[in-house]
Design a protein around this ligand. Sequence first.
Ligand code: SF4
Ligand code: SF4
Length: 300
Amino acid sequence: MKFSNLTLTANGKARAFVEAKKLKTLWFNTGTLCNLTCKNCYIESSPTNDRLSYLSFDEYLKFMNEVKENGLKLLEIGFTGGEPFLNKDFPNMLNHSVQQGVEVLVLTNAMKPMLNNRSKIINLNKDKLTFRVSIDHVDQKKHEKIRGQNSYKPMIEGIKWLRDNNFKMSLATRLMWGESEEHTRKAFKGFTLKHELPIDVSSKKDLVTFAEMDIKKDTPEITTECWTILNKKPENVMCSSSRMIVKKKGKEKPSVIACTLLPYDEAFDLGQTLKESMQRIYLNHPHCSKFCVLGGSSCS
Ligand code: SF4
Ligand code: SF4
């Protein structure tokens, strides 16, 4: 059976792996609860999904202390959810993280939970802080088809508040409408001009696009030979230099997970410290193949 043996593929070949290099990006999942229930949300967030509990400030701090004690030179701290601003400890985590001298990225829907915290974040150090706001389409109807009714105008209010208060912003969207990336970037150009957003939509960092992938569709297993065939390097895969902290419901302590894509899979739970988490990762999950290595190509 595919994706069952850790080190061998179903036809007996050596499964590809990624060695842990230096930890560059540390993600914190603040909890899976969200004010929205978007279609195809990769982490299945909703107002009722609490499979990942709210992370507390003290739990966040424990990992930041581990970073400090081990002299780890992080380049970036990321926060994701659910909607991070639903977690009451999140503004404190953010305040602490922006004082660390590294890039800080917050994935948010920029709606009411964020605006409810205006007074707590307005005076944050903004030098290295970026809010990445998800907009599934510049057209309200299409956006709301994915994100639900009445999800567009509150998001616009949120991005205008960020703009007016000089926060750096990037946008994320899905390529799922039968529209090319070029067409999408053009449409966002009009959007950013209309709302006077200082965002360069030609930059892949300022406007991040995600190709929609069918999670249920079959995908090949990745062997060690695939790297050469595909001309890809394991050190460019996320789990070589990133980890994510999650607090699983019912667990006493948070865990370190290999990457942001597999928050629920026990096989990618790497323990409770960053130190023990920096280990070899075998690509023994369809997401490893579909999202990280193949991304639409083939190595067979
Ligand atoms: S806003 Fe983000 S986390 Fe919340 S349901 Fe939508 S995609 Fe998922
Ligand atoms: S999905 Fe697999 S290959 Fe991709 S980052 Fe996560 S563990 Fe690594």
